[in-house]
Design a protein around this ligand. Sequence first.
Ligand code: ARG
Length: 605
Amino acid sequence: EASTSSFSQTQSSFNMADRTGSVKQQVASLVKSSLQATFPDLSDVEPQVAISAKFGDYQCNNAMGLWSRIRGSGTEFRNPNSVGQALANNLPPSEIIESTSVAGPGFVNINLSTNWISKRINDMLVDGIQTWAPILSVKRAVVDFSSPNIAKEMHVGHLRSTIIGDTLARMFEFSDVDVLRRNHVGDWGTQFGMLIEYLFEQFPNWEDVGNQAIGDLQEFYKASKKRFDDDASFKERAQQAVVKLQGGEAKYRAAWKKICEISRSEFDLVYERLNVHLEEKGESFYNPYIPDTIKELTDKGLVEESEGARVIFLEGFNIPLIVVKKDGGYNYASTDLTALKYRLQVEQAEWIIYVTDVGQQQHFEMFFSAARKAGWLPPAEEKKFPRVSHVGFGLVLGSDGKRFRTRSSEVVRLVELLDEAKNRSKAELIQRLENNGTISDWTDEELEQTAEAVGYGAVKYADLKNNRSTNYVFSFDQMLKNQGNTAVYLEYAHARICSIVRRSNKDIDTLKKTGTITLGHPDERVLALHLIQFAEVVEEACNNLLPNVLCEYLYNLSEIFNQFYTNCRVIDSPEETSRLLLCEATATVMRKCFELLGIKPVFKL
Ligand code: ARG
């Protein structure tokens, strides 16, 4: 029942078209005006605005680059510093900026108006966090993620793809991008001949056999592969089965469908636990369109004959991209080229994002390059839409530093893995509540839901917090720690803020409407500034396809909140109303971060 991006339904009258954009975008557009006023002839110069580490809140770094363009051309400016001065002076008047200063070679330090910061937070509390959604230049995106293979193991690589892809999709959806969540399952190929033939052999009345009875498909796959390798006549029949399946013969289609369904219901057990929603368009979907694609590429002169196969030679690669195999069959690349064409032309997607392990990088680079050669995409260096991106990620390692395996079997069963995370988190929760004598305050359902939120959240967060391209070590002990950069710690932080608001005994919804935030203490301002930077963090995470950027922001938020809470008394202080509103704003932003990371927030812990 839980919808993945319900912000548009839960909030009232706010129109996404009325978003103001991130603070950084707003500052950049002021700088843009100043650039145009100062250098009317250099209309191509883009504002360079960054968060400032030291002086001021933001910094404009255009002066040096401009100076090197204009020096010696009889300009009135004497040095980069004077360029910076002019840029600062020509900033249009705005309620956003309080003051500026120019340092060294023309860096313009920009201080935001403290009143404006408070107002921005006040407004968000009234109108909802979706008013802080960034404005992205893409309208529709495909996120191709998870994408396991039928009858084969859904492994930790697919888990990473599922977690990372879902977060990317959620961040884009929050930013009002129309996202097509595609499960590009491997449901087509010659292996189905052997699977179907084995099904007929093992279950002569297969049509009436329940999916349960067929049992574990991975074992089934292994056994059928063994038959295929050991028995020449079975192999022969399996090969004929492929032909019949591809010819659309009903019995073979039905057997194929049954095998797919069994796999699908196994995948769904994982998706249910992770609360991830996908729309399946498997490889089989594109199969009928492949001949057209190959014809187009051939007509465009891209396809050549090489060692009996049909291939595309591409600059920068020492092997060609095979699009039709020696035996005349199609492959992963011909399917991906066809799917890309479909996504561009039929689905009208502007950005197509593929989430797989880095091991597939070459495949993606090669077919992307073929698509550019075919004129489907603009040259990569133009950075224009439509655009394709491969979101590669590293390996999941065990504590021994090798590829992650479980003790019992070589294969990690994802369902068991997730269940273990939940069970461990439940055991720890119960233990703690027994120790502090509050277990009687909890219903069984609350315990269960909290354990789920924390346990699954821990698995997701442990994955997402790393830069995706690095390998990471899977460790239940690490991810379930309640200290350090873990989901558990962050859930605690959030629950604690909620309890501050609860303990105040104030009606926070009324305060939101009547109270105002004033930022008197320096730690209040630091917290407030971090809060209003939420939008640009989501923007950066989307533009660079890096969920860890959001994790880092969330972790810093909780640290910055602690700093504030240590130094600023909230309850029963003269500033109580304002500070409660800051607590509430922090909790609101944290919850949105959790939601974007696919983690359920908990309100008591
Ligand atoms: N099924 C593939 C695998 O398990 C991943 C597919 C990724 N998507 C794509 N369009 N190639 O490795």
